[in-house]
Design a protein around this ligand. Structure first.
Ligand SMILES: Nc1ncnc2c1ncn2[C@@H]1O[C@H](COP(=O)(O)OP(=O)(O)OP(=O)(O)O)[C@@H](O)[C@H]1O
Ligand SMILES: [Mg+2]
Length: 353
C-alpha cells in the first residue's frame, strides 16, 4: 500500500440493466438510517454489550468497530471475518448492538429533516456544477461519476479532493480525503496544480489526501476497512474510489460470475455508504461505460455495475467531452433535483466555468 502525503498528526479530529439475479433488498441500509436518527439515546459503549469482555472489545476496536452503529449494520459472517471472532458470537453482538441502540419503528419526516440538516455540500468551485447539484456534492451520499475514457472522471476526483481541504466558509469541508486508486492514475503533481489554482499550499493539501493503490477487488474492499482504522483522529470527509468497477469488471468475467460480482460490489458499496453516514462524509466513485456491447455488458452508453450501483448511488453524473475542450456533466436520476446538464472546462488550474 502506498500512502502519498504525510500521515497528518491527529488534530481533531434508471435505467437498469435487465439482469434478474440482481437483488437489491437492503434492510441493513434502512436499519442504519434509523440508528443514525436516534440521536437522543444515551451513549452506550461496545464494552457495555452483553458478552463483550475486554479481549473481544479490543478485537472489535482493532478492526475499526468502536460504536454500536458500526456493529449493528454488520452481518454476522462479515463481522466474524473482520474482527476474527466466532460467527455465533458475532451474531449475538450484532443483535445486542441493535437492541441497545433501540432501533425499530418509523421516524417522522421531521426527524428525517433534522438528519438532513447535518448534510454539508462540497463546492466544485465551478458555478455551473454547483448549480446543477443544488449547491454542491452532498455528504451522507454516494456520488457516481461515469463516462468514457478521457471524459474527466479522474479530474473531478482530484479537484474535489483539493476542495475538500478548503475551509467550510469557502465551500470546503476542512477535511481529510481517502483516495482508493485502482488504475494508478492518482497524480500528486495534478493535485499541486489544482491546489495552486485554489490559492492553497500544495504541501498542506497533499498531506490531507491519503492515497492507496488497490491491486485487485479484494484489496480494494480491504482498504475500506483500513480507512476505518487509519481515519481515527482524522476528519474523514471524503472517500474517493477511482475506479469503483475496473477490478470487478476484469476479475469476474462471464455470466456465471455475474451474481458473485454483483454481491461483492453490493457489499463494497454498503461499506462505503456506511463510512459516509458515520462520518457525515461524501463518497465519490468513478465508473466506466460499457465499451463494447455484448450479452454481458450491454449498452455502450450505460454505466457498468447495473442495478446494484444504480440503486446505491444517490447522485449519478454522466460526463462527456464537447467541442473546444469543454465538458458536459449530466445529472441523472437524482432523488430531489431535476435532471439537467452543465458545461465546464478542465484547465491547468483545475475545473473552471
Ligand atoms: N494539467 C491539465 N491541464 C488541462 N487539462 C488536463 C490536465 N490534465 C488532464 N487534463 C484533461 O483531462 C483529460 C483526462 O481526464 P481523466 O483522466 O479525468 O479521464 P477519465 O474519465 O478519468 O478517463 P479514464 O476512464 O481513462 O480513467 C485529459 O485528456 C485532458 O483533457
Ligand atoms: Mg480516470
Amino acid at each position: 500500500m502506498v500512502w502519498v502525503g504525510s500521515e497528518r498528526m491527529a488534530t481533531k479530529a434508471k435505467k437498469k440493466t435487465k439482469i434478474e439475479i440482481e437483488k437489491n433488498e437492503d434492510p441493513q441500509e434502512d436499519t442504519m438510517l434509523m440508528m443514525a436518527l436516534d440521536d437522543d439515546a444515551p451513549e452506550v459503549k461496545i464494552d457495555d454489550l452483553p458478552g463483550v469482555g475486554p479481549a473481544t472489545a479490543e478485537k472489535l476496536r482493532e478492526a475499526g468497530f468502536d460504536d454500536l452503529l458500526s456493529l449493528a449494520v454488520m452481518s454476522p459472517a462479515d463481522l466474524a471475518e473482520q474482527a476474527e471472532i466466532g460467527e455465533s458470537v458475532a451474531g449475538k453482538i450484532i443483535a445486542a448492538a441493535k437492541k441497545m441502540a433501540n432501533i425499530g419503528g418509523f421516524v417522522s419526516g421531521g426527524a428525517l429533516l433534522e438528519r438532513r440538516k447535518e448534510v454539508q455540500k462540497l463546492s466544485a468551485k465551478v458555478q455551473s456544477i454547483d448549480d446543477l447539484l443544488g449547491g454542491g456534492f452532498e455528504t451522507q451520499a454516494l456520488v457516481e461519476v461515469y463516462g468514457a475514457f478521457g471524459s474527466g472522471k479522474t479530474q473531478i476526483g482530484h479537484q474535489l479532493a483539493v476542495n475538500c481541504t478548503l475551509p467550510v466558509s469557502e465551500g470546503g469541508f476542512d477535511g481529510d480525503v481517502f483516495y482508493i486508486d485502482t488504475e494508478d492514475t492518482f497524480r500528486p503533481e495534478r493535485i499541486t496544480q489544482m491546489a495552486r489554482g485554489q490559492g492553497l499550499d500544495p504541501d498542506q493539501v497533499l498531506a490531507r489526501i491519503h492515497v492507496a493503490r488497490a491491486y485487485n477487488s479484494a484489496h480494494q474492499m480491504l482498504l475500506v476497512d483500513e480507512i476505518k482504522r487509519v481515519g481515527k483522529g482524522l476528519n474523514v470527509k471524503m472517500i474517493i474510489v477511482d475506479s469503483l468497477t475496473s477490478h470487478f469488471r476484469a476479475e469476474f468475467i462471464g455470466r456465471g460470475m455475474l451474481a458473485n460480482r454483483q454481491q461483492k460490489l453490493n457489499k463494497h458499496l454498503k461499506e462505503l455508504k456506511q463510512l459516509a453516514d458515520i462520518n457525515n462524509a461524501l463518497v465519490l466513485v468513478t465508473n466506466q461505460v460499457h465499451s463494447k456491447p455484448d450479452a454481458m455488458w450491454g449498452d455502450p452508453t450505460k454505466p457498468v455495475g447495473g442495478h446494484v450501483l444504480a440503486h446505491a448511488s444517490t447522485f449519478r453524473l454522466y460526463l462527456r467531452k464537447a467541442k473546444g475542450g469543454r465538458r458536459i456533466a449530466r445529472l441523472v436520476d437524482s432523488p430531489n433535483l431535476p435532471d439537467g446538464e452543465c458545461v465546464y472546462q478542465v484547465t491547468e488550474e483545475g475545473l473552471k466555468d
